[in-house]
Design a protein around this ligand. Structure first.
Ligand code: NAP
Ligand code: ZN
Length: 357
């Protein structure tokens, strides 16, 4: 297969910082589009992966899966994109297309294994896929999203490609709406977009945060109430009051105190990926017939639906825009919870040399 060399930011082992490296992308297959990457968000999953938190990282790694770019080339059989379109790639860049999940637009659970935009076996080139901290992305048009024309701030839209769909999918599946009182745990990249989307869906939102500094902000973002979750007395005021809780916390935490905030038949849905197992006390679920569940990103059709929903409701992320040369510092800040609320990399900075920045 023909390939071409491009610039990227990645690392060859656990201990290295991310730095400029060369990677290859395939030349276009008939159904492929090639995009110049404009912006790429930094998700906590990128951090988990570069640190090998899940023991699944294959080095060299180039992270980045919240990608917005401009289409610069299209394959001979591409129907839905043209050169110059603003397009996006999220977590999923391939799936088998024929298993029961793919047939139901649930490619995220594909039986043969989803190909993720980075750190997944690359069916075409061998080795692993490389993510959005790079000049260009090549992808089958089936997995490429249209960015609605009325979204002006493309940098702030990039986080929708992972954070947005990861919270939209469970909020929709569990039928969050005007008649529901919901909780959101953790106001990070996912949590702050969840507040905005749940608000647009019309529900009454209580957020639970460990950060005093985010309590007022939560209300500005659309929450009706904000609770300092480290204060058990405050937490217990919400016992049996919520229909649904979305848990976006990235580290090990006690879910039992949150299960007790659910009404009977309520669900706590985990989207955060703490690397260690979480313990659940039997009585916290058997009493009140409560459910503890999880959700993983969303399929391609639902991701497009989410982008259209966000465009209609004027929803994008609150971001700190950085150059790629600042990415290691940004990961450090993300690890320390020091970001409001998503770092996005201006990928045009990759063209400039370190000295010019
Ligand atoms: P993030 O920006 O770092 O936000 C996580 C938030 O969790 C923090 O802002 C903090 O909120 C809270 N938190 C962190 N450590 C905590 C601790 N020890 N105890 C209690 N609360 C803590 O991360 P993100 O990008 O939103 O991602 C969140 C998680 O979702 C990550 O594990 C990521 O890998 C995962 N994820 C899953 C999917 C999926 O498909 N399931 C998709 C994308 C990401 P407060 O300051 O408000 O307390
Ligand atoms: Zn992500």
């Amino acid at each position: 297969m023909n390939k071409k060399n491009i610039k990227a930011y990645g690392k060859e082992n656990l201990d290295n910082p991310l730095h400029e490296i060369n990677i290859v992308r395939r030349t276009l297959l008939p159904n492929d589009i090639e995009m110049n990457i404009l912006y790429c968000g930094i998700c906590h999953s990128d951090l988990h992966q570069i640190k090998n938190d899940f023991g699944m990282t294959s080095y060299p790694i180039v992270p980045g899966h919240e990608i917005i770019g401009k289409v610069i080339r299209i394959g001979t059989d591409v129907n839905n994109f043209k050169i110059g379109d603003i397009a996006a790639v999220g977590c999923i860049v391939d799936s088998c297309g024929k298993c029961e999940y793919c047939e139901h637009d649930l490619e995220q659970f594909c039986d043969e294994g989803v190909t993720f935009s980075f750190n997944s076996p690359d069916k075409h080139l061998g080795g692993m896929t490389f993510g959005g901290f790079s000049e260009k992305y090549v992808c089958d048009e089936k997995y490429v999203l249209h960015v609605p024309k009325n979204i002006d701030d493309l940098a702030a839209a990039a986080p929708l490609l992972c954070a947005g769909i990861t919270v939209y999918s469970p909020l929709k599946h569990w039928k969050v709406g005007p008649d529901k009182k919901i909780g959101i745990i953790g106001i990070g990249g996912l949590g702050h977009i969840a507040i905005k989307i749940a608000k647009a869906m019309g529900s009454y939102i209580t957020v639970f945060t460990t950060s005093l500094s985010k309590m007022e902000d939560a209300k500005r973002l659309g929450a009706d109430e904000a609770v300092l979750s480290t204060d058990l007395e405050q937490l217990n005021k919400y016992l049996r009051s919520l229909d649904f809780i979305l848990d976006t916390v990235s580290a090990k935490h006690d879910v039992n105190s949150y299960l007790n905030l659910l009404k009977h038949d309520g669900s706590l849905v985990l989207v955060g990926l703490p690397p260690e197992p979480l313990e659940i006390g039997a009585f916290n679920v058997v009493i009140g017939r409560r459910s503890f569940s999880g959700s993983n990103i969303g399929g391609i059709a639902e991701t497009q639906e989410m982008l259209d929903f966000c465009a209609k409701h004027n929803i994008t992320a609150e971001i700190e825009l950085i150059n790629i040369q600042e990415v290691n510092e940004a990961f450090e800040k993300l690890e320390n919870g020091n970001v409001k609320y998503r770092f996005v990399v201006d990928m045009s900075s990759l063209e400039q040399s370190q000295k010019e920045i």
